[in-house]
Design a protein around this ligand. Structure first.
Ligand code: FES
Length: 235
């Protein structure tokens, strides 16, 4: 089939403002948007810039707007978006070049929630593992699936309005550790996400949940965090 691929282009070294370039290309309907971008880069314009690494929905580097919705280019098939395709960079982050955005503000927010395991207690007597029941592990399984692609955070109107809002991805990470029975810093993280740049900025629009390529129930996770901050209970 033939598709019309419209691509956002911006090179700050030569362009005063962004523009779109259109490519008419023959593709198979089972090809991915990432394949189309590779084809354009390889055969039409080698200067086209976009991030990608794993090409299998694991690394999270190729999140972009495809026909107006945040998706991973490597997980989106042509047959699912039609023969007129527009690809644009994520919203709310500065465009570095073409489809590449500056991820620093996103990762700065991520770092604020202490995205690592904290437990200062001595290891169990056998010196091996901090055991956890299947139920305790299941409590935070959902939020371990995040690949930090930023599709959720950059679909959130609160983040568009203020990039100091922690955003859904950072809150998902906070949830992953707060509800881990082995971690000892839940109250510290709850304090961090209770500050003005945190949970209060979530207006439950569900954009994040709809954008997540891993199908994480983000709005529900944020709701559980709100409840924990109100009750002081993590359960
Ligand atoms: S390239 Fe790794 S998630 Fe798409």
């Amino acid at each position: 089939m033939q598709v019309t691929l419209k691509v956002f282009r911006y090179n700050p070294e030569v362009d005063k403002k962004f523009h779109y370039e259109t490519y008419n290309i023959d593709v198979e309907e089972n090809e991915r948007i990432l394949d189309l971008l590779e084809l354009v880069k390889g055969h039409h314009d080698g200067t086209l810039s976009f991030r990608r690494s794993c090409a299998h929905g694991v690394c999270g580097s190729d999140a972009m707007r495809i026909n107006g919705r945040n998706m991973l280019a490597c997980k989106t098939l042509v047959r699912n978006v039609g023969d007129k395709i527009t690809v644009e960079p994520l919203l709310g982050l500065k465009v570095v070049k073409d489809l590449i955005v500056d991820m620093e503000p996103f990762f700065d927010n991520y770092k604020k929630v202490l995205p690592y395991f904290i437990n200062e207690s001595p290891l169990p007597a056998d010196g091996k593992e901090r055991l956890q029941s299947p139920e305790q592990r299941a409590r935070f399984d959902e939020t371990t699936k995040c690949i930090l692609c930023a599709a959720c955070t950059t679909s959130c109107p609160s983040f568009w309005g203020s990039d100091d809002y922690l955003g859904p991805a950072a809150l998902v990470t906070a949830h992953r550790f707060i509800f881990d029975s082995r971690d000892e810093a839940a109250s510290e993280r709850l304090q961090i996400i209770s500050e003005t740049s945190g949970l209060a900025r979530c207006h439950t629009t569900y954009n994040c949940t709809m954008a997540c390529p891993r199908d994480i129930h983000i709005t529900q996770a944020i709701g559980e965090l709100k409840l924990a901050t109100l009750t002081g209970k993590v359960e």
